[in-house]
Write a protein that binds this ligand. Structure first.
Ligand code: FAD
Length: 540
């Protein structure tokens, strides 16, 4: 990383989440002088990695995401995975360990989810298997539509006519074009039209939706599910465990940025995005030394919509009232309880476990209820590099079901806070015990993270997972703002929450900075199509 920023760049990106990094890496590829400024000591935002050392033992943890697919450089790229599109465009790879199963701990029993999920598990629940098959059939044209127009082909200006044109025939030739309208509807509408009534199946899909968007099927946009189902349930689908954790994705994006002349500065909190008298974003001011950095073309914010508009970083007088009202009222998704543990375990013991478990205590409470769903990730099952031999790491968390209000205003050094941490993490410990009964005797290091931790280290308003925008009621906005030269990316923007989605938002923001990028964008798309067709030929 460079040590000292210049006084001027073409584009300045505020925040190094996956959205900000993808945006910056693409802008650097498009020949812009670009710099990313990040408050935290590590880049990556929700996807940053951190390590804890004790008695000479080093444990490497992921802060957030651990479910990935479509990244493996040995497998053909899919147009529906914008993160892979960015990695391919900047010619960077993430080494992945493929795997295809994870555990389900449900009130009905314990199951292993494999590519034969319908035959192995759904067949035990009435007509769930038959309904699943109908759903998959129903989803085919929807998935084809999502795949037909990659996010990489979009941009926020007139150039979209040229960049998207090669993809339109496939979109229009869809055998059931009217079905495309369903993509903007809640996924519950797709379930209804596909005839899904089985209770177990509906519960399972609610949980899948919730893990993806932070909302059940009734609030999750069908386009996101069409994208995800394609990756998850294709006959040869595998999941990717990135070697060394999500950090390796962040590292690959930083490498891509830097090799094309971009800069990234951590411990560099941005105090102000400057907007001049003409109402144009012209640069930023750094907190640590008050340095003013000019942005000749644009400032791109990777902050959440609330952090951008409510933290004082922008002067609100430059935004029309309708914009402020509309965006500030974006519903705030709940926060997390985290438990990271480094523990004793031999390779043989780890090999008997799954790398992920989804736990659900009681379906009748709903997937959004507190102390109900838990996600447990044990990446050491596949990746030996995260802990010394004889040890492993795990991360258990309440997936966006923790109320920020319970924690708001507490002093992190107070006894009350410590006690609350202990009591609120007990549900996570008891869930881990269902998989590793003697986990407490095996612990070497453990850390409890609360909504305040999430807010502080990830700089997320109220420690939120992201906008709880319900499909059918509103939609995730595009990157433009009423302030000229100020663009947005990240999970407050289209297409939504999740690593592939925010990568798409970064691509879209990069494509929307100026028309100068049009030829370079078309070149990226051409290479992408070539890569896809050559891997198809190899497959045949
Ligand atoms: C526990 C958890 C598990 C998840 N699991 C998955 C999963 O398995 N698969 C998946 O696809 N997705 C998952 N997600 C979602 C995914 O991680 C996020 O949607 C995505 O990483 C958010 O990226 P972003 O670009 O919006 O930026 P963020 O990650 O929010 O990063 C924004 C960055 O901006 C910085 N910043 C903010 N303000 C300033 C400022 N003023 N100056 C400088 N820097 C600033 C912040 O420090 C931060 O680094 C998970 C999320 C969490 C929390």
């Amino acid at each position: 990383m460079t040590s000292q920023p210049r006084d001027s760049y073409d584009v300045v990106v505020v925040g190094s989440g996956i959205g900000g990094l993808c945006c910056a890496a693409m802008l650097a590829l498009y020949d812009n002088k670009v710099a990313v400024f990040e408050s935290h000591t590590h880049p990556g935002g929700a996807a940053h990695g951190f390590s804890i050392e004790k008695d000479g033992l080093k444990f490497q943890f992921d802060t957030g995401p651990s479910f990935f697919s479509g990244l493996n450089p040995d497998l053909p790229p899919k147009s529906s995975n914008p993160l892979r599109t960015v990695l391919d465009a900047i010619d960077e790879q993430v080494e992945c360990i493929p795997y295809s199963s994870f555990g389900l701990l449900f009130p009905e029993g314990e199951f292993v989810h494999t590519p034969e999920f319908d035959a192995d598990v759904l067949s035990q629940f009435g007509n769930a298997q038959a309904e699943w098959k109908s759903l998959m059939k129903f989803m085919e044209p929807l998935a084809a539509t999502v795949a037909a127009l990659p996010t990489a082909a979009l941009r926020g200006d007139i150039g979209v006519i040229k960049s998207a044109a090669p993809f339109l025939p496939k979109l229009i030739l869809n055998p059931q074009p009217w079905n495309n309208l369903l993509l903007t509807q809640p996924y519950s509408e797709v379930l209804k039209q596909a005839g899904v009534r089985n209770t177990f199946l509906k519960n399972w899909i609610d949980l899948l939706c919730f893990c993806l968007s932070g909302l059940p099927a009734s609030g999750t946009i069908s386009a996101e599910m069409a994208m995800m189902m394609g990756e998850f349930y294709e006959p040869d689908a595998v999941m990717d465990c990135p070697r060394s954790g999500a950090k390796s994705i962040v590292d690959a994006l930083v490498r891509g940025l830097e090799k094309n002349g971009g800069d990234i500065f951590c411990r560099s909190h941005v105090d102000k995005i400057e907007i001049d008298v003409r109402g144009q974003a012209v640069g930023i001011i750094l907190h640590k030394n008050g340095q003013r950095i000019r942005a000749k073309k644009a400032v791109v914010s990777n902050m959440s919509v609330w952090d951008l508009l409510k933290s004082g970083i922008v002067d609100r007088k430059h935004f029309p009232a309708w914009f402020l009202e509309d965006r500030e009222d974006t519903p705030v998704g709940k926060s997390f309880m985290h438990l990271h543990v480094g523990f004793k375990a031999s390779r043989e013991e780890l090999a008997k476990l799954q790398a992920h478990y989804m736990f659900m205590k009681d379906w009748s409470l709903g997937v959004e209820a507190a102390d109900n769903a838990v996600l447990l990730s044990i990446p050491s099952v596949h990746d030996e590099s995260l802990a010394p031999a004889g040890f492993g790491v795990l991360h258990a968390y309440l997936p966006a079901t923790e109320d920020f209000a319970t924690w708001e205003g507490l002093d992190r050094k107070s006894k009350e806070y410590q006690q609350l941490k202990e009591s609120r993490s007990s549900y996570l410990w008891s869930t881990i015990e269902k998989v590793i009964p003697d986990i407490r005797e095996r612990v070497i290091v453990s850390r409890v993270g609360t909504p305040l931790t999430h807010q502080r280290f990830l700089r997320r308003y109220k420690g939120s997972y992201g906008p709880a925008i319900k499909a059918g009621e509103a939609s995730f906005p595009f990157p433009g703002t009423p302030v000229k030269g100020l663009l947005l990316c990240g999970d407050s923007c289209f297409p939504g929450i999740g690593v592939p989605a925010v990568a798409g938002s970064g691509l879209l923001a990069a494509n929307s900075v100026s028309l100068d990028s049009l030829d370079a964008q078309i070149d990226v798309l051409r290479k992408f199509r070539l890569r896809q067709s050559s891997s198809l030929i190899r497959k045949q």
